[in-house]
Design a protein around this ligand. Structure first.
Ligand code: 4AD
Ligand code: MG
Length: 477
């Protein structure tokens, strides 16, 4: 007999047909009611057991967390909140779960506790909802680019280039620990580490995507990227997924238009396709916010916030305008910024970004035309000689969600920049080739996928929106 998913059954009319379903027990009440879930939906199917008809030893194995196959008739439910239930005829226990040992019991567990049970937490409502939304967002992203003339491009994970020039890379090594190659001073020669070459895990697929945009026109990457920065914040991971579109013949304005349209489109997609999960996450957030002082609670619910972002224009402001706003403002009556903005040219801290988005403009903000000296080497220099065609998108509650730019397409200017930063031209020979042969205006950006999932789900910590987070403390799973 073909098994159905819980989601399918809950949408089926109670026509007394014979059905079969597999899943994990959420609760087993009064030796009679099994709430079964298989991950296909947030809701459980109620399975009603006539315990006198079942072997006592079998019933003993039915506990929260056990995996079952249930066969029975689909009948109209007498219970509230559900249309159908299964009148159970047969139960097969795939595997039990000892209640003394199984950590995910039917009660509220803290997110911190569940982080230590990363292999089991997806069986909770919160994590299954987050991971279904994550999956839907990934699908919406591919859908958007495919419908807009982009090709999906696979950037290498192991690479010789430091795309961001920030030196936050994990080295890749094939070194034989016991017998490593040594340099003239008897030290391990790391230059030899990848079959005789120096390599690292990619921090961004951008440089390679630029090469492909200059042949395929419009491409995007969607893959894991790695940063060896030792930052323990609720917004940083050592391994995160990034979406990086790159477009030939796009200037910064076209780049900003695309980024805004893209983000709105994927948010619309989940608003339409993840209603049940979003309603659940909205309720979770409201409950969490009840514990906070009134002033810290958000004015909009999760779904209102998503709708607001999807339907309203992002505010576009130059770095210079933003600095003027920040200089003239006090974040609140008593306090100044922890890092006061005194000089043009200083990098913005997250307190500044959040002030602009959450207090001043009260909407997503695209900041552009940043000082050249605080941005990466590949960004296009403006005519003023001191700013570059960079853009960051800042989101309420998140801060920076996108970083992008128009790229420097002029060989001579790029060479000067590389020399000024003491980067060895030899490392970028192929990147410079792109400016020698058929160079053109082009642009792109990177969206941090987990930051988007954070925003979409209303979760507070980036460790809770990726299945197995990699942070300086955690690579156990
Ligand atoms: O601003 P970033 O460093 O830009 C780049 O890597 C460019 N090469 C992208 C491009 O133009 N193709 O990173 C882009 C985005 C950030 O805005 C942020 O959302 C996310 O990636 N991000 C991180 N997310 C989680 N953990 C980290 N450690 C992150 N670092 C950046
Ligand atoms: Mg950035």
């Amino acid at each position: 007999m073909k098994s159905s998913s819980v989601k399918e059954l809950l949408l089926t009319a109670p026509t007394l047909q014979e059905v079969q379903v597999n899943g994990w027990v959420k609760t087993f009440r009064s030796n009679r009611f099994i709430a079964l879930n298989d991950g296909s939906t947030l809701n459980n199917i109620q399975c009603v057991v006539d315990f006198e008809q079942f072997d006592e030893n079998l019933l003993k194995q039915i506990a929260t967390g056990a995996a079952l196959r249930v066969t029975g008739t689909l009948v109209e439910s007498q219970g509230r909140g559900q249309k159908v239930e299964i009148q159970v005829k047969e139960i097969f226990v795939h595997g039990g779960a000892d209640p003394e040992a199984y950590p995910i019991q039917p009660k509220k567990h803290s997110l911190e506790f569940l982080r230590e049970k990363a292999h089991l937490r997806v069986r909770t409502n919160t994590f299954s909802a987050v991971m279904r939304v994550r999956s839907a967002l990934a699908f919406a992203i591919h859908k958007y680019f495919n419908e807009n003339g982009f090709y999906y491009f696979h950037a290498p994970i192991i690479t010789g280039s430091d795309a961001e020039g920030a030196g936050e890379m994990f080295r890749v090594t094939t070194l034989d620990d016991k017998n490593p190659p040594l340099d003239e001073n008897g030290q391990v020669d790391f230059k030899e580490d990848f079959f005789g070459k120096e390599t690292n895990l990619t921090v961004s697929g951008q440089l390679e995507a630029e090469a492909y945009a200059m042949g395929l026109g419009k491409v995007y990457t969607f893959g894991p990227t790695f940063r060896a920065e030792n930052s323990n914040t609720s917004r940083h991971l050592a391994e995160f997924w990034m979406i990086e579109p790159e477009m030939a013949f796009y200037d910064l304005d076209a780049n900003m238009d695309l980024a805004e349209d893209f983000i709105k489109s994927v948010i619309h997609y989940i608003l339409e396709n993840c209603k049940e999960d979003l309603q659940f996450l909205e309720k979770r957030l409201l409950d969490e916010e009840k514990t906070k002082p009134q002033a810290e609670r958000s004015e909009m619910t999760l779904i209102e916030k998503l709708g607001f972002v999807a339907d309203n224009s992002f505010k576009r402001v130059t770095y210079t305008e933003a600095i003027a706003i920040l200089r003239n403002s006090k974040p609140n009556k008593k306090k100044r910024f922890q890092y006061p903005i005194d000089e043009w040219g200083a990098d913005l801290q997250s307190e500044h970004e959040r002030y602009l988005v959450e207090k001043h403009f009260k909407c997503p903000v695209i900041l552009f035309d940043y000082p050249a000296n605080i941005k990466a080497f590949y960004m296009r220099l403006n005519e003023d000689g001191k700013t570059v065609r960079a853009m960051d998108i800042l989101f309420p509650g998140i801060g920076e969600i996108v970083g992008g730019s128009q790229r420097e397409e002029r060989l001579d200017v790029l060479r000067e920049k590389i020399a000024a930063l003491d980067i060895d031209e030899k490392e970028l020979w192929w990147y410079l080739d792109l400016r020698k042969f058929g160079t053109a205006v082009h642009s792109g950006f990177g969206l941090g996928f987990e930051r988007l999932v954070l925003f979409a789900t209303g979760m507070g910590n980036i460790r809770d929106v990726i299945p197995f987070p990699r942070t300086p403390q955690n690579a156990e799973f």
